[in-house]
Design a protein around this ligand. Structure first.
Ligand SMILES: Cc1ncc(COP(=O)(O)O)c(C=O)c1O
Length: 442
């Protein structure tokens, strides 16, 4: 169990020097919300270059599923690095790639024979899924969701619909991607309430989109995050994906599930889509898969992954060291961390709900497992309050709790799955004080 310990003004003197170098040499396209300059990590604790200790409730943006530098993962990485670092699965064979394929086939939903394509990132996995869906179906179109985030390469970016800043300056994108409303029930795009809405947002896809401007017979896949991540930590309502999958099946459309952020135990199940009891045709994964080593995977039935030799590949995909980290990550997740995500996640959510009850500026607390969003509002009309959410995140940083934003005014809590209730208490205390400091009644 770790605790925060801030001993300098932030940023400290060492951090300041690195921020200057970063400003000089690193692309200005990154969007850091505060100046945390990390030096080392262990479990939840991240120590900065001035010796300040933060509790990382962002898990390095939902990546360090087993905590920072889990000793079992570190040992596996070391052993693999001494044995074989790289050979390229694009041109040679090695055991780790085939074995990881077998593991991913075992843990992803559905019992059908499956195959895996290996890349290095979430965007890589999504790009592969996009290409595979088009290739397999010989259909040109895709349907994605407003608020979705799938990555920044051209294909993945074309599916992304969470913020115009990702797209500004990069047109034209891949054509024939249509975005439809996501079931963001707190801000229902149809001004209805679940469950009395009868999932009107699904009817809209059929009755408006497919009937009027997107011939469903031309749609290769509908791609969705089961819990929208970047869009604001929004779980779809119960039954949603059953209805969506059945709409897909009616039209021979593939259901491609982006589990890049929600997968690998974060939601309290290995894959979030399991909460809806649906088997996707294509699953894209990355982030938490290898505890911080770069790895992206696109998995589908063997029948679906029928593309020709040379159709798609990536030099570093399934790097043996990343594979070794992934085996141990899966072992640790199945050995108790998924259960911890469900239990400790429920505890954290209920504590955050109690903060919300005390303050009007919190409009909604939602999520599953350790993927929890707290949405801030500026008035009784629920207008988003990005100034407040940013200030709360900044205040928490000053108190030694690392949090990140998402959506328009949402604070996301996505700690490593090793987090304890005591560590959650530190985060909630800091968060409560920060909210109190910004609170207004309306
Ligand atoms: C749901 C989802 N898909 C895809 C991506 C892209 O992943 P990467 O940044 O590894 O390319 C992200 C990253 O945040 C994500 O949250």
């Amino acid at each position: 169990m770790s605790s925060p310990n801030i001993s300098t003004k932030l940023p400290g003197p060492e951090a300041k020097a690195w921020l200057e170098k970063d400003a000089e040499y690193v692309s200005p396209s990154y969007g850091r919300p505060y100046p945390l300059v990390a030096k080392s990590g262990k479990g939840l604790a991240v120590t900065d270059v001035d010796g300040n200790v933060f509790l990382d409730f962002s898990a390095g943006i939902a990546v360090c599923s087993t905590g920072h530098c889990h000793p079992v993962v570190v040992e596996a990485i070391k052993r693999q690095a001494e044995t074989l670092i790289h050979m390229s699965g694009t041109d040679f064979y090695y055991r780790e790639q085939a074995f990881l394929g077998e593991e991913i086939a075992r843990i992803t939903p559905g019992n059908q024979p499956k195959k895996c394509f290996f890349g290095n990132s979430g965007a890589d996995a999504v790009e592969a899924g996009f290409k595979l869906a088009r290739y397999h179906s010989s259909r040109p179109r895709m349907v994605a969701f407003s608020g979705a985030f799938h990555g920044r390469t051209f294909g993945a970016l074309s599916l992304t619909g969470s913020n115009e800043k990702y797209r500004r300056g990069f047109a034209p994108l891949v054509p024939d991607v249509t975005h439809v409303p996501f079931p963001y029930c707190y801000r229902c795009p149809f001004n209805l309430e679940h469950p009395s809405c009868g999932l009107a947002c699904i009817d809209y896809i059929q009755d408006e989109v497919f009937s009027k401007y997107v011939p469903p017979s031309e749609v290769a896949a509908i791609v969705a995050e089961p819990i929208q991540g970047e869009g604001g930590y929004i779980p779809a309502p119960p039954q949603y994906f059953k209805r969506l999958k059945s709409l897909c099946d009616d039209h021979g459309i593939l259901f491609m599930c982006d589990e890049v952020q929600s997968g690998f135990g974060r939601s309290g199940k290995m894959f979030a889509i399991e909460h809806w009891d649906v088997v996707p045709d294509i699953v894209c994964m990355a982030k938490g898969i290898a505890s911080g080593m770069p790895l992206g995977v696109c998995c589908s039935s063997s029948e679906l992954m029928n593309w020709h030799q040379g159709a798609h590949a990536s030099t570093f995909g399934a790097n043996p060291v990343s594979c070794a980290a992934a085996f141990k990550t899966i072992e640790l997740l199945e050995g108790g961390l998924i259960e911890n995500a469900a239990d400790t996640g429920a505890y954290l959510k209920s504590e955050l709900e109690s903060v919300a009850r005390e303050h009007d500026i919190i409009g909604d607390v939602r999520g599953m497992g350790l993927m929890i969003g707290v949405e801030f509002i500026g008035d009784s009309d629920r207008s988003p309050a990005p100034d407040i959410s940013s200030a709360v995140i900044r205040d928490c940083f000053e108190k030694g709790i690392a949090l990140l934003p998402c959506g328009k005014s949402v604070v996301r809590f996505c700690p490593p799955l090793v987090v304890t209730k005591e560590e959650c208490d530190y985060a909630v205390t800091a968060f409560r004080e920060a909210v109190e400091h910004r609170s207004v009644d309306f």
